[in-house]
Design a protein. Structure first.
Length: 374
């Protein structure tokens, strides 16, 4: 039985309120005003068009990664390797930007396609480790994240080092024909990537809800063994989930190098892969909620950069707010599930138990006695 509307609203609103209260207490402990902190975060995210553009430019790759993670989470897979898949997408896009000299209408789709290929291949490696060698995707993903990060540093400090030399911080800026153009000087966001994002959201939504592949993903996520016995090719489904997620993460990486920074640099992923995992934990495998929650996270992160300037507080406070929100939502979901299970366990009335026992009591049949006749 589904819970009533008031209870569902309560379980949706109370975690947010509780996380705000906990964060407010922490702010008070460090001697600041919670109202001023939240006001500063809001102003930092929406004070002008450039600030709003910063939110959108972080929201686009974060949403791409989170949408991809809904695919793997539907299949019951913890794709922690999304961080490395973002990096590999950035590397493939950077290679294309450094290698090819083509008109922008041809160059941009080529770079994005190669970035998707790089992320998909890195996701495929995680899937092979899981399905063929029994390496859990968490451990395989973390290891591959480290490899991708180290490889990026090697390229920046070695073969792709700027001609003037210097430290291993970033490559030389890419040529203009290889970069995603601004929508306008007043609103510098990448329209090309925004279109890809909107299309990706609806494609993933309908793929999970209205295709055989989506049903196979969910069946594999619920019970892989039962799904296999019912004829679902679970190995192929898992590999396809990792590759689809990796492709979207790779596209997110291309946006970071072709628009956000115009070059490849250390920490190019910006923790987007790990943050996407938190978002999917918060909302579950519901793609249409991803843009909303990821926009909230992007606004908090972008706005928190003003905390140090205005209030002399570290911007890591935004991470505390996000982590607290995710933790409390997970706890409330667990509590809600327990209440649902208890509600489904209906006690049997004592009268029904007595009646059932009487019905189950065996009937004793006595043989007829013979009467002696003289």
């Amino acid at each position: 039985m589904k819970p009533g509307l008031p209870r569902r609203i309560a379980f949706g609103v109370l975690p947010v309120v509780a996380s705000l209260l906990i964060t407010s207490v922490l702010i008070l402990l460090v001697g600041s005003s919670p109202v001023e902190v939240f006001k500063t975060i809001f102003e930092g995210a929406f004070r002008n068009s450039n600030a709003f553009a910063s939110v959108i430019n972080f929201w686009i790759p974060l949403t791409l990664v989170s949408i991809g993670l809904t695919i793997t989470f539907s299949a019951g897979l913890w794709n922690i390797g999304a961080e490395g898949q973002v990096i590999m997408g950035a590397l493939f896009a950077s290679w294309a930007a450094r290698t090819f000299v083509l008109p922008s209408p041809i160059m941009l789709p080529l770079e994005v396609a190669l970035a998707a290929l790089g992320g998909a291949l890195w996701g495929f490696v995680v899937g092979i480790l899981r399905t063929r060698f029994g390496v859990h995707e968490i451990f395989g993903g973390v290891g591959l994240n480290a490899i991708a990060s180290v490889f990026a540093i090697y390229l920046i400090s070695g073969p792709w080092q700027p001609p003037e030399g210097g430290g291993a911080q970033a490559t030389a800026p890419f040529p203009d024909y290889a970069l995603i153009p601004d929508l306008s000087p007043e609103l510098p966001i990448g329209l090309f990537a925004l279109i890809i994002l909107i299309v990706s959201i609806f494609v993933v939504y309908f793929a999970l809800r209205g295709t055989r592949w989506g049903l196979e993903l969910k069946a594999t996520g619920k019970n892989p063994r039962s799904a296999l016995l019912l004829g679902v090719p679970t190995t192929r489904v898992m590999l396809s989930a990792f590759m689809a997620c990796g492709a979207l993460a790779g596209i997110a990486g291309s946006y970071r190098v072709l628009f956000t920074y115009d070059s490849l640099r250390q920490g190019i992923s910006g923790g987007i892969g790990y943050l996407g995992v938190l978002i999917v934990l918060l909302i579950g495998a519901r793609p249409l909620w991803v843009p909303v929650i990821s926009f909230l996270f992007a606004a908090i992160l972008a706005g928190s950069t003003r905390l140090r300037i205005s209030l002399q507080l570290d911007q890591s406070l935004a991470g505390i707010l996000q982590g607290t929100l995710v933790l409390i939502v997970l706890l409330s979901n667990g509590l809600r599930q327990r209440l649902l299970e208890r509600g489904q366990e209906k006690p049997v009335p004592p009268q029904q138990i007595t009646t059932t026992m009487e019905m189950r009591q065996p009937t004793v049949t006595t043989a007829p006695t013979e009467t002696a006749h003289e």
